[in-house]
Design a protein around this ligand. Structure first.
Ligand code: G6P
Length: 580
């Protein structure tokens, strides 16, 4: 079962709010017909599709399927309820490969990449196709969705996904390398670029072009770091398309990209300039992107307005669209039986502590993947420093850490998880489970993560850098106890939420300990005021706001008008780090 919290994002479904920002289950606020024209379908292209299929013995037609994990899928999975969507994605699992063949018009029982066994029984194509359709209907109900899965040969998929995307691009963009040791752009990586990343982008772009055939002036949404080269190819084949590429992860400063070979960094920038709009999570990442273009693309001209690029006779807009959560779906999850069951377990444990110490312990909560960029290690070290300074807190506070394993097989992740375990063991020592300062829970249990966030007094979100970080937004919505948010200044979410949270610099262990201490001691009226403002801000700028701004801008460009969205800093308070 894939990890449903890969990006710390909710999995709930939701109605998309209308143009005034009001959520409504009844209306279809995106007005698909207006925006897409007759026979129009929105074309979405991503590496991971909305459903992950698995070959499963005993399941009908040998196939099961579930919502794909991670922030990208969570953000886009409900689109098809509001607009006709054709979604193009890579086949990632053996089940996806089977589904890809069935969707492409028949499963012939041919030998394909990553099939569990070349001797598996040939199954009739029609049965598999019916099963795939049923799974799509069941997992994404009420949607007008056409799924196109692209089965890349292993010789392309492996270098594309396992060498270039993860770890290389992910590590570069999350500043996860120690530059003295990496990245090493050696012959193997250059080979992976040429024989994996480039052809994978071509094939996914070509599939998007096929999906758009028969659509006049298609709107195309390309997603994330897997597809930096796709926009140029789609434009080349469909000059009438209006294309938005959105990067979900951070865009680091040009000085970071400068470590990479010229040809590669320029290809990435020029690939993106094939789009009409380059979308980033925050104003800061948009500025970094514009600076990268100015530095690496000699014939591009960044306009002084800092919002567009002139390149080879075209204007490319650069905009920030901070991704968000689905408040109504999240409310449903938070009130679900699964969460109630986890709450009961957590409450019992808290009460047992209260029975021995005479007071309910305050809960500091974190909920994320054990992903080095999430910075759990420094979070625990900061907590340890706080307990050393204030030993009486050992009785009065517990740190509930809901931690999901992720990306097994990448050595850096394994080393990091071991380092985290070591610090947790040191802090907890030989104490009995309830007396241990850090309570660890398995974060692949999404209900547990939401239960912990509901009971949090303080939520610690201290990534080294993060595209957005939706845990910060989830915490603002579901917290029952007016949680104080201790938030890294370098999380994308800080651009919207820093003013009402306690900011920390990710490497600042003393500062993090100070902010945790301050959060634990914060008077109720201040907590209430901050929590109220956080909640209002997340509710207003929710997932519907995210997608609607993109579609409105695309539509404006198709009409030849200026895309209307403004800078975030025009509408959102700037980050004001507090003096500590
Ligand atoms: C997280 C990030 C996405 C990214 C995805 C890739 O969800 O938020 O930006 O696309 O990870 O993960 P995957 O498991 O699909 O490789």
């Amino acid at each position: 079962m894939p990890n449903q919290r890969d990006a710390g994002n909710g999995t709930a479904s939701r109605p998309i709010p209308d143009r005034n920002g009001h959520a409504s289950a009844a209306a279809s606020p995106l007005r698909g017909d207006d925006r897409l024209g007759r026979n129009g379908r929105l074309i979405v292209v991503s590496n991971r599709g909305p459903i992950t299929f698995e070959v499963q013995r005993g399941a009908p037609a040998g196939l099961s399927g579930d919502r794909g994990p991670g922030g990208l899928v969570t953000a886009l999975a409900e689109l098809g309820r509001h607009l006709p969507v054709s979604w193009v994605a890579a086949a990632l699992t053996p089940g996806d490969v089977v589904a890809a063949e069935a969707l492409a018009g028949g499963y012939a029982g041919a030998r394909v990449r990553r099939r569990p066994s070349s001797r598996s029984r040939p199954v009739r194509g029609a049965r598999i196709r019916a099963r795939v359709d049923a799974l799509i209907r069941d997992r994404l109900p009420g949607q007008d969705l056409r799924l196109h899965l692209v089965a890349l040969p292993e010789t392309v998929f492996e270098p594309y996904y396992r060498q270039v995307c993860n770890p290389f691009l992910w590590f570069v963009q999350h500043l996860m390398y120690s530059p003295a040791y990496g990245p090493n752009v050696d012959a193997s990586l250059l080979g992976a670029w040429r024989s994996g990343y480039v052809p994978a982008n071509e094939r996914l772009a070509d599939a998007a072009v096929r999906a758009a055939s028969g659509i006049h002036g298609p709107l195309v949404l390309l997603q994330d770091y897997h597809l930096y080269l796709a926009a140029a190819r789609v434009r080349d084949r469909r000059p009438d398309a209006t294309i938005l590429h959105f990067t979900h992860i951070p865009w680091p400063p040009a000085s970071v990209w400068q470590l990479l070979p010229r040809g590669m960094r320029r290809a990435i920038c020029e690939g993106l300039l094939g789009a009409d709009i380059v979308g980033l999570q925050t104003d800061r990442y948009a500025s970094h992107f514009l600076d990268s273009v100015a530095t690496f693309v000699p014939d591009a001209h960044v306009e002084p307005d800092g919002r567009s690029v002139e390149w080879r006779g075209r204007t490319i807009r650069v905009r920030s669209y901070p991704i968000s959560v689905d408040p109504d779906g999240l409310r449903r999850v938070a009130g679900s039986a699964a969460v109630a069951e986890r709450l009961a377990r957590l409450d019992e444990r808290v009460e047992r502590v209260a029975a021995t110490t005479g007071e309910r312990p305050a809960l500091i909560v974190r909920a994320d993947r054990i992903e080095p960029s999430k910075n759990a290690l420094r979070g625990f070290i900061a907590f340890e420093a706080l307990l050393e300074r204030r030993p009486e807190l050992r009785d009065r506070v517990r740190f509930v850490a809901v931690q999901a394993p992720t990306r097994p097989g990448i050595a850096e992740y394994e080393r990091y998880a071991a380092a985290v375990r070591e610090v947790v063991a040191r802090v907890n020592g030989l104490a009995e489970p309830d007396d241990q300062p850090i309570w660890l829970y398995d974060g692949s249990d999404y209900a547990m993560a939401i239960a912990a966030l509901r009971r949090a007094d303080v939520v610690l979100v201290n990534p080294i850098v993060d595209g957005m970080n939706l845990v910060a937004k989830e915490a603002a919505l579901v917290g029952d106890r007016l949680p104080v948010l201790v938030l890294s200044e370098t999380a994308g979410a800080a651009e919207q939420l820093a003013a009402d949270s306690l900011p920390v610099a990710p490497a600042d262990i003393v500062g993090t300990a100070n902010q945790l201490e301050r959060a634990l001691a914060m008077p109720a009226d201040e907590r209430r005021a901050r929590a109220g403002r956080l909640r209002a801000s997340v509710r207003e700028q929710d997932i519907g706001w995210w997608i609607n701004r993109q579609l409105r801008d695309l539509e404006a460009i198709r009409r030849g008008a200026q895309p209307p969205s403004r800078r975030l800093r025009d509408t959102i308070r700037r980050v004001e780090p507090e003096a500590v």
